[in-house]
Design a protein around this ligand. Structure first.
Ligand code: G4P
Length: 561
Protein backbone atom coordinates (compact mmCIF):
# COMPACT_ATOMS: atom_id res chain seq x y z
CA UNK A 1 0.00 0.00 0.00
CA UNK A 2 1.48 3.33 -1.00
CA UNK A 3 0.64 6.54 0.74
CA UNK A 4 0.73 10.07 -0.52
CA UNK A 5 4.32 11.22 -1.10
CA UNK A 6 6.24 11.06 2.15
CA UNK A 7 5.64 14.05 4.31
CA UNK A 8 8.05 14.40 7.24
CA UNK A 9 5.43 16.19 9.30
CA UNK A 10 2.84 13.52 8.58
CA UNK A 11 4.91 10.56 9.73
CA UNK A 12 5.13 12.00 13.24
CA UNK A 13 1.40 11.61 13.68
CA UNK A 14 -0.11 8.58 15.36
CA UNK A 15 -3.64 7.29 15.45
CA UNK A 16 -4.07 8.11 19.16
CA UNK A 17 -3.36 11.82 18.79
CA UNK A 18 -5.48 14.04 21.04
CA UNK A 19 -8.07 16.44 19.64
CA UNK A 20 -5.74 19.37 20.29
CA UNK A 21 -2.88 17.68 18.45
CA UNK A 22 -5.11 17.02 15.46
CA UNK A 23 -6.44 20.59 15.39
CA UNK A 24 -2.93 22.01 15.54
CA UNK A 25 -1.80 19.69 12.80
CA UNK A 26 -4.75 20.50 10.57
CA UNK A 27 -3.97 24.22 10.97
CA UNK A 28 -0.30 23.62 10.15
CA UNK A 29 -0.98 21.37 7.18
CA UNK A 30 -3.69 23.64 5.75
CA UNK A 31 -1.39 26.66 5.99
CA UNK A 32 1.19 24.98 3.77
CA UNK A 33 -1.20 23.76 1.08
CA UNK A 34 -1.30 25.61 -2.26
CA UNK A 35 -4.05 24.21 -4.49
CA UNK A 36 -4.26 25.64 -8.00
CA UNK A 37 -5.15 24.96 -11.62
CA UNK A 38 -3.67 26.16 -14.90
CA UNK A 39 -6.04 27.91 -17.30
CA UNK A 40 -4.97 28.22 -20.91
CA UNK A 41 -5.85 27.76 -24.55
CA UNK A 42 -4.60 24.54 -26.19
CA UNK A 43 -0.94 24.74 -27.20
CA UNK A 44 -0.02 27.60 -24.85
CA UNK A 45 2.26 25.11 -23.07
CA UNK A 46 0.23 23.77 -20.14
CA UNK A 47 1.63 20.25 -20.40
CA UNK A 48 5.17 21.54 -20.72
CA UNK A 49 4.81 23.93 -17.76
CA UNK A 50 3.18 21.23 -15.63
CA UNK A 51 6.10 18.99 -16.29
CA UNK A 52 8.63 21.68 -15.47
CA UNK A 53 6.86 22.50 -12.21
CA UNK A 54 7.15 18.81 -11.32
CA UNK A 55 10.83 18.94 -12.24
CA UNK A 56 11.46 21.91 -9.95
CA UNK A 57 9.18 20.46 -7.30
CA UNK A 58 11.40 17.36 -7.23
CA UNK A 59 8.53 15.03 -8.23
CA UNK A 60 10.38 13.99 -11.38
CA UNK A 61 14.07 14.19 -12.16
CA UNK A 62 13.97 14.21 -15.92
CA UNK A 63 11.31 15.98 -17.91
CA UNK A 64 9.70 14.02 -20.74
CA UNK A 65 7.21 11.64 -19.17
CA UNK A 66 4.09 13.82 -18.99
CA UNK A 67 4.29 14.39 -22.72
CA UNK A 68 3.52 10.74 -23.39
CA UNK A 69 0.43 11.06 -21.25
CA UNK A 70 -0.76 13.98 -23.33
CA UNK A 71 -0.21 12.08 -26.56
CA UNK A 72 -2.40 9.31 -25.22
CA UNK A 73 -5.02 11.84 -24.21
CA UNK A 74 -5.19 13.54 -27.55
CA UNK A 75 -7.54 11.27 -29.42
CA UNK A 76 -10.91 10.25 -28.11
CA UNK A 77 -10.65 6.64 -29.13
CA UNK A 78 -7.28 6.29 -27.45
CA UNK A 79 -8.68 7.80 -24.32
CA UNK A 80 -11.46 5.23 -24.22
CA UNK A 81 -9.02 2.43 -24.78
CA UNK A 82 -6.83 3.73 -22.02
CA UNK A 83 -9.79 3.82 -19.70
CA UNK A 84 -10.65 0.26 -20.52
CA UNK A 85 -7.12 -0.98 -20.04
CA UNK A 86 -6.72 0.60 -16.65
CA UNK A 87 -10.25 0.02 -15.43
CA UNK A 88 -10.61 3.57 -14.23
CA UNK A 89 -9.27 6.84 -15.43
CA UNK A 90 -6.07 8.41 -14.29
CA UNK A 91 -5.99 10.79 -17.20
CA UNK A 92 -7.19 13.87 -15.42
CA UNK A 93 -6.17 14.16 -11.89
CA UNK A 94 -4.10 15.94 -9.30
CA UNK A 95 -0.37 16.32 -9.10
CA UNK A 96 1.14 16.89 -5.70
CA UNK A 97 4.68 17.99 -4.93
CA UNK A 98 6.63 19.69 -2.18
CA UNK A 99 8.36 22.99 -2.65
CA UNK A 100 9.93 25.32 -0.08
CA UNK A 101 8.01 23.74 2.79
CA UNK A 102 4.68 23.92 0.92
CA UNK A 103 2.61 21.09 -0.43
CA UNK A 104 1.51 22.15 -3.88
CA UNK A 105 -1.59 20.53 -5.43
CA UNK A 106 -1.91 21.14 -9.15
CA UNK A 107 -5.39 20.21 -10.34
CA UNK A 108 -5.30 19.12 -13.95
CA UNK A 109 -7.88 20.92 -16.06
CA UNK A 110 -8.73 18.68 -19.02
CA UNK A 111 -8.21 20.49 -22.30
CA UNK A 112 -8.13 19.64 -26.01
CA UNK A 113 -10.60 16.90 -26.89
CA UNK A 114 -11.42 16.09 -23.28
CA UNK A 115 -12.47 19.65 -22.45
CA UNK A 116 -15.74 19.28 -20.56
CA UNK A 117 -17.79 20.64 -17.72
CA UNK A 118 -15.25 18.95 -15.45
CA UNK A 119 -12.72 21.52 -16.58
CA UNK A 120 -14.90 24.30 -15.20
CA UNK A 121 -15.79 22.39 -12.05
CA UNK A 122 -12.15 21.72 -11.28
CA UNK A 123 -11.62 25.48 -11.07
CA UNK A 124 -14.14 25.60 -8.24
CA UNK A 125 -11.99 23.18 -6.26
CA UNK A 126 -8.86 25.35 -6.72
CA UNK A 127 -7.77 28.17 -4.41
CA UNK A 128 -5.92 30.03 -7.16
CA UNK A 129 -5.29 29.78 -10.89
CA UNK A 130 -2.38 30.36 -13.23
CA UNK A 131 -3.37 31.88 -16.56
CA UNK A 132 -0.84 30.67 -19.10
CA UNK A 133 -0.45 32.78 -22.23
CA UNK A 134 1.49 32.27 -25.44
CA UNK A 135 3.63 35.42 -25.89
CA UNK A 136 2.49 35.73 -29.52
CA UNK A 137 -1.19 35.11 -28.97
CA UNK A 138 -2.06 36.64 -25.59
CA UNK A 139 -5.62 35.91 -24.44
CA UNK A 140 -7.37 33.29 -26.60
CA UNK A 141 -10.91 31.95 -26.58
CA UNK A 142 -10.46 29.08 -24.13
CA UNK A 143 -8.38 31.25 -21.77
CA UNK A 144 -11.19 33.79 -21.73
CA UNK A 145 -13.87 31.19 -20.89
CA UNK A 146 -11.85 29.71 -18.05
CA UNK A 147 -10.81 33.14 -16.80
CA UNK A 148 -14.47 34.17 -16.54
CA UNK A 149 -15.28 31.20 -14.32
CA UNK A 150 -12.41 32.12 -11.96
CA UNK A 151 -13.06 35.83 -12.05
CA UNK A 152 -16.72 35.42 -11.17
CA UNK A 153 -15.67 33.57 -8.02
CA UNK A 154 -12.92 36.06 -7.24
CA UNK A 155 -10.28 33.35 -7.46
CA UNK A 156 -6.80 34.91 -7.31
CA UNK A 157 -5.16 34.59 -10.74
CA UNK A 158 -1.47 34.55 -11.65
CA UNK A 159 -0.34 35.18 -15.21
CA UNK A 160 2.57 33.35 -16.84
CA UNK A 161 3.62 34.61 -20.27
CA UNK A 162 5.19 31.59 -21.97
CA UNK A 163 7.46 30.96 -24.96
CA UNK A 164 9.62 34.04 -24.35
CA UNK A 165 12.52 32.07 -25.88
CA UNK A 166 11.15 33.04 -29.26
CA UNK A 167 10.12 36.50 -30.48
CA UNK A 168 6.65 37.52 -29.43
CA UNK A 169 4.51 40.53 -28.71
CA UNK A 170 6.17 43.40 -26.84
CA UNK A 171 5.64 42.55 -23.12
CA UNK A 172 4.16 45.93 -22.20
CA UNK A 173 1.75 45.82 -25.14
CA UNK A 174 0.80 42.22 -24.31
CA UNK A 175 -0.08 43.07 -20.71
CA UNK A 176 -2.02 46.11 -21.86
CA UNK A 177 -4.06 43.88 -24.19
CA UNK A 178 -4.76 41.42 -21.36
CA UNK A 179 -5.99 44.23 -19.14
CA UNK A 180 -8.26 45.62 -21.85
CA UNK A 181 -9.60 42.21 -22.79
CA UNK A 182 -10.20 40.75 -19.32
CA UNK A 183 -10.47 43.80 -17.10
CA UNK A 184 -7.77 42.61 -14.71
CA UNK A 185 -4.59 44.53 -13.87
CA UNK A 186 -1.32 42.71 -14.55
CA UNK A 187 1.40 43.36 -11.97
CA UNK A 188 4.74 42.09 -13.31
CA UNK A 189 6.65 40.18 -10.64
CA UNK A 190 9.29 38.97 -13.07
CA UNK A 191 10.29 40.78 -16.24
CA UNK A 192 12.10 39.27 -19.23
CA UNK A 193 15.65 40.29 -20.07
CA UNK A 194 16.66 40.20 -23.71
CA UNK A 195 20.26 40.46 -24.88
CA UNK A 196 20.29 41.31 -28.57
CA UNK A 197 16.84 39.73 -28.90
CA UNK A 198 17.97 36.59 -27.11
CA UNK A 199 16.00 35.72 -23.97
CA UNK A 200 18.66 35.44 -21.27
CA UNK A 201 16.83 35.73 -17.97
CA UNK A 202 14.31 37.51 -15.80
CA UNK A 203 14.37 40.25 -13.19
CA UNK A 204 12.45 39.50 -10.00
CA UNK A 205 10.88 42.75 -8.80
CA UNK A 206 10.12 41.40 -5.34
CA UNK A 207 13.66 40.25 -4.53
CA UNK A 208 15.22 42.89 -6.85
CA UNK A 209 17.42 40.18 -8.31
CA UNK A 210 18.48 39.40 -11.85
CA UNK A 211 18.36 35.72 -12.74
CA UNK A 212 20.37 34.67 -15.76
CA UNK A 213 19.90 31.20 -17.12
CA UNK A 214 22.41 29.04 -18.86
CA UNK A 215 20.55 27.29 -21.57
CA UNK A 216 20.96 23.56 -21.14
CA UNK A 217 20.17 21.03 -23.81
CA UNK A 218 17.29 22.12 -26.00
CA UNK A 219 14.14 20.94 -24.17
CA UNK A 220 15.13 21.63 -20.58
CA UNK A 221 14.99 18.04 -19.38
CA UNK A 222 16.96 19.02 -16.28
CA UNK A 223 17.05 21.99 -13.95
CA UNK A 224 19.01 24.96 -15.26
CA UNK A 225 22.16 26.50 -13.87
CA UNK A 226 21.29 30.03 -12.78
CA UNK A 227 23.35 33.10 -12.03
CA UNK A 228 21.59 35.35 -9.54
CA UNK A 229 22.44 38.77 -8.17
CA UNK A 230 21.50 42.45 -7.89
CA UNK A 231 21.47 44.69 -10.97
CA UNK A 232 25.02 45.87 -10.22
CA UNK A 233 26.45 42.57 -9.00
CA UNK A 234 29.78 41.74 -10.72
CA UNK A 235 28.60 38.27 -11.80
CA UNK A 236 25.58 39.83 -13.53
CA UNK A 237 27.68 42.53 -15.24
CA UNK A 238 30.04 39.81 -16.39
CA UNK A 239 27.32 37.71 -18.04
CA UNK A 240 24.91 40.31 -19.39
CA UNK A 241 25.66 43.12 -21.84
CA UNK A 242 25.32 46.73 -20.63
CA UNK A 243 22.77 47.32 -23.40
CA UNK A 244 20.48 44.56 -22.09
CA UNK A 245 20.69 45.91 -18.53
CA UNK A 246 20.00 49.48 -19.72
CA UNK A 247 16.90 48.28 -21.55
CA UNK A 248 15.83 46.39 -18.43
CA UNK A 249 16.21 49.54 -16.27
CA UNK A 250 14.15 51.50 -18.80
CA UNK A 251 11.37 48.87 -18.76
CA UNK A 252 11.39 48.74 -14.97
CA UNK A 253 10.98 52.50 -14.76
CA UNK A 254 7.99 52.36 -17.08
CA UNK A 255 6.40 49.58 -15.02
CA UNK A 256 7.09 51.49 -11.80
CA UNK A 257 5.33 54.59 -13.16
CA UNK A 258 2.28 52.65 -14.28
CA UNK A 259 1.93 50.56 -11.17
CA UNK A 260 1.86 51.37 -7.46
CA UNK A 261 2.98 48.97 -4.74
CA UNK A 262 1.77 45.38 -5.03
CA UNK A 263 -1.68 45.25 -3.46
CA UNK A 264 -2.26 41.84 -1.91
CA UNK A 265 -5.89 42.64 -1.16
CA UNK A 266 -6.59 43.30 -4.83
CA UNK A 267 -4.80 40.10 -5.81
CA UNK A 268 -6.81 38.01 -3.34
CA UNK A 269 -10.01 39.58 -4.68
CA UNK A 270 -9.04 38.51 -8.20
CA UNK A 271 -8.53 42.05 -9.53
CA UNK A 272 -4.73 42.13 -9.76
CA UNK A 273 -2.71 39.39 -11.40
CA UNK A 274 0.95 38.87 -10.41
CA UNK A 275 2.61 38.32 -13.78
CA UNK A 276 5.64 36.24 -14.75
CA UNK A 277 7.59 35.75 -17.95
CA UNK A 278 9.41 32.63 -19.00
CA UNK A 279 9.76 29.68 -21.26
CA UNK A 280 8.46 26.36 -20.03
CA UNK A 281 10.29 24.54 -22.81
CA UNK A 282 13.76 25.77 -21.86
CA UNK A 283 12.89 26.11 -18.12
CA UNK A 284 13.66 29.85 -18.16
CA UNK A 285 11.73 31.65 -15.45
CA UNK A 286 10.01 28.52 -14.13
CA UNK A 287 11.77 28.45 -10.78
CA UNK A 288 11.39 32.18 -10.06
CA UNK A 289 7.70 31.71 -10.76
CA UNK A 290 7.39 28.73 -8.40
CA UNK A 291 9.35 30.55 -5.71
CA UNK A 292 7.05 33.57 -5.73
CA UNK A 293 3.95 31.49 -6.36
CA UNK A 294 4.22 29.60 -3.05
CA UNK A 295 4.76 32.90 -1.24
CA UNK A 296 1.84 34.72 -2.85
CA UNK A 297 -0.75 32.01 -3.49
CA UNK A 298 -3.33 31.76 -0.72
CA UNK A 299 -3.59 28.61 1.39
CA UNK A 300 -7.07 27.05 1.52
CA UNK A 301 -9.63 29.48 2.91
CA UNK A 302 -13.20 29.33 4.16
CA UNK A 303 -15.96 27.97 1.87
CA UNK A 304 -19.55 29.13 2.11
CA UNK A 305 -22.03 26.54 3.38
CA UNK A 306 -25.68 26.55 4.41
CA UNK A 307 -24.66 27.02 8.04
CA UNK A 308 -22.17 29.81 7.30
CA UNK A 309 -18.53 29.71 6.21
CA UNK A 310 -16.52 26.59 6.99
CA UNK A 311 -12.86 27.31 7.74
CA UNK A 312 -10.06 24.79 7.18
CA UNK A 313 -9.73 24.68 10.96
CA UNK A 314 -13.47 24.29 11.65
CA UNK A 315 -13.99 21.17 13.75
CA UNK A 316 -14.32 17.89 11.88
CA UNK A 317 -13.79 16.87 8.30
CA UNK A 318 -15.92 18.48 5.58
CA UNK A 319 -15.50 18.27 1.83
CA UNK A 320 -17.40 18.48 -1.44
CA UNK A 321 -17.47 16.40 -4.60
CA UNK A 322 -16.65 18.22 -7.82
CA UNK A 323 -16.01 15.56 -10.39
CA UNK A 324 -17.14 12.01 -11.13
CA UNK A 325 -15.03 9.83 -13.36
CA UNK A 326 -17.12 6.97 -14.67
CA UNK A 327 -15.51 3.62 -14.99
CA UNK A 328 -15.33 2.80 -18.66
CA UNK A 329 -14.93 -0.90 -17.97
CA UNK A 330 -18.45 -2.41 -18.22
CA UNK A 331 -17.51 -5.17 -15.77
CA UNK A 332 -16.95 -2.67 -12.98
CA UNK A 333 -19.65 -0.12 -12.37
CA UNK A 334 -17.81 1.78 -9.66
CA UNK A 335 -16.91 5.36 -10.26
CA UNK A 336 -14.20 7.60 -8.91
CA UNK A 337 -15.59 10.65 -7.18
CA UNK A 338 -13.19 13.53 -6.56
CA UNK A 339 -13.56 15.16 -3.17
CA UNK A 340 -11.95 18.44 -2.22
CA UNK A 341 -11.16 18.59 1.50
CA UNK A 342 -12.37 21.89 3.00
CA UNK A 343 -11.87 21.36 6.72
CA UNK A 344 -10.38 18.94 9.20
CA UNK A 345 -8.43 15.76 8.71
CA UNK A 346 -9.64 13.15 6.27
CA UNK A 347 -8.65 9.60 7.20
CA UNK A 348 -9.05 6.36 5.32
CA UNK A 349 -12.12 4.39 6.30
CA UNK A 350 -13.78 7.25 8.15
CA UNK A 351 -17.55 7.39 8.52
CA UNK A 352 -19.14 10.58 7.27
CA UNK A 353 -22.62 11.88 6.52
CA UNK A 354 -23.79 12.58 3.01
CA UNK A 355 -25.47 15.92 3.74
CA UNK A 356 -28.01 15.71 0.89
CA UNK A 357 -29.60 12.55 2.27
CA UNK A 358 -28.46 12.65 5.90
CA UNK A 359 -27.29 9.05 5.42
CA UNK A 360 -23.99 7.70 6.74
CA UNK A 361 -21.36 6.65 4.24
CA UNK A 362 -18.00 4.98 4.82
CA UNK A 363 -15.07 6.31 2.82
CA UNK A 364 -13.46 2.93 2.65
CA UNK A 365 -10.90 2.96 -0.12
CA UNK A 366 -9.85 6.53 -0.73
CA UNK A 367 -7.40 6.97 -3.56
CA UNK A 368 -4.78 9.54 -4.16
CA UNK A 369 -5.44 10.85 -7.64
CA UNK A 370 -1.81 11.49 -8.46
CA UNK A 371 -1.45 11.40 -12.19
CA UNK A 372 0.87 8.53 -12.80
CA UNK A 373 -0.46 5.93 -10.44
CA UNK A 374 -3.42 5.26 -8.23
CA UNK A 375 -2.32 4.96 -4.65
CA UNK A 376 -4.23 4.56 -1.44
CA UNK A 377 -4.52 7.65 0.73
CA UNK A 378 -4.12 7.37 4.46
CA UNK A 379 -5.02 10.91 5.31
CA UNK A 380 -5.56 14.27 3.67
CA UNK A 381 -5.90 17.89 4.74
CA UNK A 382 -7.71 21.03 3.62
CA UNK A 383 -6.73 21.84 0.06
CA UNK A 384 -6.12 18.18 -0.86
CA UNK A 385 -8.21 16.17 -3.29
CA UNK A 386 -8.98 12.50 -2.75
CA UNK A 387 -10.75 10.01 -4.98
CA UNK A 388 -13.56 7.96 -3.48
CA UNK A 389 -14.69 4.78 -5.16
CA UNK A 390 -18.47 4.98 -5.28
CA UNK A 391 -21.20 2.69 -6.53
CA UNK A 392 -23.63 5.47 -7.43
CA UNK A 393 -24.56 7.20 -4.19
CA UNK A 394 -22.74 10.46 -4.85
CA UNK A 395 -23.45 13.37 -7.17
CA UNK A 396 -21.48 16.40 -8.22
CA UNK A 397 -21.64 19.12 -5.57
CA UNK A 398 -22.39 16.75 -2.67
CA UNK A 399 -21.19 17.65 0.81
CA UNK A 400 -19.56 15.02 3.02
CA UNK A 401 -19.20 15.85 6.71
CA UNK A 402 -17.89 14.12 9.80
CA UNK A 403 -20.51 13.57 12.50
CA UNK A 404 -24.23 13.08 12.22
CA UNK A 405 -25.98 16.30 13.23
CA UNK A 406 -29.65 16.88 12.36
CA UNK A 407 -29.04 19.49 9.65
CA UNK A 408 -25.53 18.95 8.36
CA UNK A 409 -23.99 21.88 6.50
CA UNK A 410 -24.11 21.82 2.72
CA UNK A 411 -21.65 23.67 0.53
CA UNK A 412 -23.02 25.94 -2.12
CA UNK A 413 -24.10 24.09 -5.26
CA UNK A 414 -21.66 23.74 -8.10
CA UNK A 415 -23.41 25.47 -11.02
CA UNK A 416 -24.20 23.94 -14.41
CA UNK A 417 -22.15 25.69 -17.09
CA UNK A 418 -23.37 26.67 -20.53
CA UNK A 419 -22.86 23.77 -22.99
CA UNK A 420 -21.13 24.44 -26.31
CA UNK A 421 -22.66 21.54 -28.26
CA UNK A 422 -26.25 20.39 -28.54
CA UNK A 423 -27.65 17.22 -30.03
CA UNK A 424 -30.85 15.19 -30.06
CA UNK A 425 -30.45 11.70 -28.54
CA UNK A 426 -32.07 9.11 -30.75
CA UNK A 427 -32.41 5.66 -29.22
CA UNK A 428 -31.46 3.10 -31.85
CA UNK A 429 -33.53 0.38 -30.19
CA UNK A 430 -37.17 1.53 -29.80
CA UNK A 431 -37.75 -1.17 -27.19
CA UNK A 432 -35.19 0.47 -24.90
CA UNK A 433 -36.68 3.96 -24.63
CA UNK A 434 -37.37 3.53 -20.92
CA UNK A 435 -33.75 2.53 -20.27
CA UNK A 436 -32.58 5.46 -22.35
CA UNK A 437 -34.63 7.89 -20.26
CA UNK A 438 -33.47 6.32 -16.99
CA UNK A 439 -29.87 6.56 -18.15
CA UNK A 440 -30.22 10.17 -19.22
CA UNK A 441 -31.93 11.09 -15.95
CA UNK A 442 -29.17 9.49 -13.91
CA UNK A 443 -26.34 10.93 -15.99
CA UNK A 444 -27.92 14.37 -15.64
CA UNK A 445 -28.23 14.01 -11.89
CA UNK A 446 -24.66 12.87 -11.64
CA UNK A 447 -23.55 15.92 -13.62
CA UNK A 448 -22.19 13.94 -16.60
CA UNK A 449 -24.53 15.53 -19.13
CA UNK A 450 -27.27 18.16 -19.36
CA UNK A 451 -30.73 17.45 -20.75
CA UNK A 452 -32.98 20.03 -22.37
CA UNK A 453 -36.51 19.98 -23.76
CA UNK A 454 -38.17 22.06 -26.39
CA UNK A 455 -41.40 22.25 -24.42
CA UNK A 456 -41.64 23.14 -20.71
CA UNK A 457 -44.23 20.41 -20.12
CA UNK A 458 -42.19 17.62 -21.66
CA UNK A 459 -40.07 15.55 -19.30
CA UNK A 460 -37.92 12.49 -19.83
CA UNK A 461 -40.09 9.56 -20.74
CA UNK A 462 -42.55 11.53 -22.84
CA UNK A 463 -42.59 13.50 -26.06
CA UNK A 464 -39.88 13.78 -28.68
CA UNK A 465 -36.27 12.73 -28.23
CA UNK A 466 -34.57 14.91 -25.64
CA UNK A 467 -31.75 17.27 -26.43
CA UNK A 468 -28.45 16.95 -24.63
CA UNK A 469 -25.84 19.61 -24.15
CA UNK A 470 -22.15 19.19 -23.50
CA UNK A 471 -19.24 21.54 -22.93
CA UNK A 472 -16.89 19.33 -24.94
CA UNK A 473 -17.36 16.69 -27.61
CA UNK A 474 -15.85 14.00 -25.43
CA UNK A 475 -18.68 14.42 -22.93
CA UNK A 476 -21.01 13.16 -25.69
CA UNK A 477 -18.80 10.18 -26.50
CA UNK A 478 -18.67 9.17 -22.86
CA UNK A 479 -22.44 9.63 -22.52
CA UNK A 480 -23.20 7.34 -25.50
CA UNK A 481 -20.74 4.77 -24.23
CA UNK A 482 -22.30 4.76 -20.78
CA UNK A 483 -25.89 4.69 -22.07
CA UNK A 484 -25.13 1.52 -23.93
CA UNK A 485 -22.83 -0.21 -21.44
CA UNK A 486 -24.56 0.73 -18.18
CA UNK A 487 -28.19 1.06 -19.23
CA UNK A 488 -28.36 -1.19 -22.28
CA UNK A 489 -29.69 1.73 -24.32
CA UNK A 490 -27.77 2.18 -27.57
CA UNK A 491 -28.27 5.64 -29.02
CA UNK A 492 -26.95 8.00 -31.64
CA UNK A 493 -26.78 11.76 -31.73
CA UNK A 494 -28.23 14.16 -34.24
CA UNK A 495 -26.29 17.38 -33.90
CA UNK A 496 -28.27 20.59 -33.80
CA UNK A 497 -26.72 23.74 -35.06
CA UNK A 498 -27.75 26.01 -32.23
CA UNK A 499 -25.26 27.00 -29.61
CA UNK A 500 -24.18 29.85 -27.37
CA UNK A 501 -26.89 29.18 -24.81
CA UNK A 502 -27.75 31.55 -22.00
CA UNK A 503 -30.10 30.93 -19.12
CA UNK A 504 -32.61 33.74 -18.99
CA UNK A 505 -34.36 35.04 -15.89
CA UNK A 506 -36.87 37.82 -15.36
CA UNK A 507 -40.54 38.46 -15.61
CA UNK A 508 -42.35 35.81 -17.72
CA UNK A 509 -43.77 38.46 -20.06
CA UNK A 510 -40.39 40.12 -20.47
CA UNK A 511 -38.85 36.75 -21.38
CA UNK A 512 -41.61 36.09 -23.94
CA UNK A 513 -41.13 39.55 -25.41
CA UNK A 514 -37.36 39.08 -25.63
CA UNK A 515 -37.72 35.73 -27.42
CA UNK A 516 -40.49 36.83 -29.78
CA UNK A 517 -38.77 40.02 -30.81
CA UNK A 518 -35.44 38.38 -31.49
CA UNK A 519 -36.97 35.20 -32.92
CA UNK A 520 -34.84 33.11 -30.58
CA UNK A 521 -35.37 29.42 -29.97
CA UNK A 522 -35.89 28.41 -26.39
CA UNK A 523 -35.17 25.27 -24.47
CA UNK A 524 -35.93 24.21 -20.91
CA UNK A 525 -33.39 22.50 -18.67
CA UNK A 526 -34.14 19.57 -16.36
CA UNK A 527 -35.24 21.98 -13.62
CA UNK A 528 -37.55 23.91 -15.97
CA UNK A 529 -35.29 26.96 -16.31
CA UNK A 530 -35.53 28.72 -19.67
CA UNK A 531 -32.48 28.66 -21.93
CA UNK A 532 -32.12 30.81 -25.05
CA UNK A 533 -29.87 29.83 -27.95
CA UNK A 534 -27.96 32.20 -30.23
CA UNK A 535 -26.59 31.49 -33.70
CA UNK A 536 -23.15 32.85 -32.90
CA UNK A 537 -21.18 34.99 -30.48
CA UNK A 538 -22.02 38.11 -32.42
CA UNK A 539 -25.75 37.51 -32.03
CA UNK A 540 -25.19 36.90 -28.33
CA UNK A 541 -23.26 40.12 -27.92
CA UNK A 542 -25.95 42.08 -29.76
CA UNK A 543 -28.60 40.55 -27.50
CA UNK A 544 -26.65 41.47 -24.36
CA UNK A 545 -26.43 45.07 -25.59
CA UNK A 546 -30.13 45.07 -26.42
CA UNK A 547 -31.02 43.80 -22.93
CA UNK A 548 -29.05 46.69 -21.40
CA UNK A 549 -30.76 49.23 -23.70
CA UNK A 550 -34.16 47.83 -22.68
CA UNK A 551 -33.43 48.52 -19.01
CA UNK A 552 -32.44 44.94 -18.05
CA UNK A 553 -35.96 43.55 -17.82
CA UNK A 554 -34.36 40.13 -18.32
CA UNK A 555 -30.92 38.79 -17.34
CA UNK A 556 -28.78 36.40 -19.36
CA UNK A 557 -26.57 33.99 -17.38
CA UNK A 558 -23.73 31.74 -18.54
CA UNK A 559 -24.32 29.41 -15.59
CA UNK A 560 -27.63 27.88 -14.50
CA UNK A 561 -29.31 30.26 -12.03
P1 G4P B 1 -0.72 22.46 -24.12
O1 G4P B 1 -0.60 21.39 -23.09
O2 G4P B 1 -1.07 23.78 -23.55
O3 G4P B 1 -1.59 22.13 -25.28
O4 G4P B 1 0.72 22.74 -24.73
P2 G4P B 1 2.05 21.86 -24.78
O5 G4P B 1 2.76 21.93 -23.48
O6 G4P B 1 1.77 20.55 -25.36
O7 G4P B 1 2.86 22.74 -25.81
C1 G4P B 1 2.38 23.03 -27.10
C2 G4P B 1 3.57 23.30 -28.01
O8 G4P B 1 4.27 24.46 -27.54
C3 G4P B 1 4.59 22.17 -28.01
O9 G4P B 1 5.17 22.16 -29.31
C4 G4P B 1 5.63 22.64 -27.01
O10 G4P B 1 6.90 22.10 -27.22
C5 G4P B 1 5.62 24.13 -27.29
N1 G4P B 1 6.08 24.92 -26.14
C6 G4P B 1 5.71 24.83 -24.85
N2 G4P B 1 6.39 25.72 -24.11
C7 G4P B 1 7.21 26.39 -24.95
C8 G4P B 1 8.17 27.43 -24.78
O11 G4P B 1 8.42 27.92 -23.71
N3 G4P B 1 8.80 27.85 -25.91
C9 G4P B 1 8.57 27.34 -27.14
N4 G4P B 1 9.24 27.82 -28.15
N5 G4P B 1 7.68 26.35 -27.34
C10 G4P B 1 7.02 25.88 -26.25
P3 G4P B 1 4.80 21.06 -30.39
O12 G4P B 1 5.56 21.38 -31.60
O13 G4P B 1 3.31 20.95 -30.48
O14 G4P B 1 5.26 19.73 -29.73
P4 G4P B 1 6.73 19.18 -29.61
O15 G4P B 1 7.07 18.69 -30.94
O16 G4P B 1 7.59 20.34 -29.17
O17 G4P B 1 6.62 18.13 -28.58
Amino acid sequence: MTLLPTDPMATADTGDATGDDVAARVAREAARRRTFAIISHPDAGKTTLTEKLLLYGGAIHLAGSVKARRAARHATSDWMKLEQERGISVTSSVLQFDYAGCKVNLLDTPGHADFSEDTYRTLIAADSAVMLLDNRKGVEERTRQLFEVCHKRRTPIFTFVNKCDRAGEDPLKLLDDVEKDLGITCAPVTWPIFDEDRFVGVYDRLTEHVLLFERGESRGAQQLATIEGGLDAPEILEHCSPGALDKLREDLELIEIGLGAFDRGKFLAGDLSPTFFGSALTNFGVEPFLREFVQLAPPPGAREASTGPIEPTSPGFAGFTFKIQANMDPRHRDRMVFVRVVSGRFTAGMDVTLARTGKPIRLAAPQSVMARERTVVDEAFPGDVVGIVDKGQLRIGDTLVEGSGKAPPQFRDIPRFAPEHFARVIGTDPMRRKQLDTGLAQLTEEGATQVFFSDPDVKLGSGPAPIVGAVGQLQFDVMLFRLESEYGAPARLEAIRHGNPRWITGDRKAIDKFCERSGRSRLYDAKGNTVVLFEDRWALRTAIEQVARDGNAVTLHDEAP
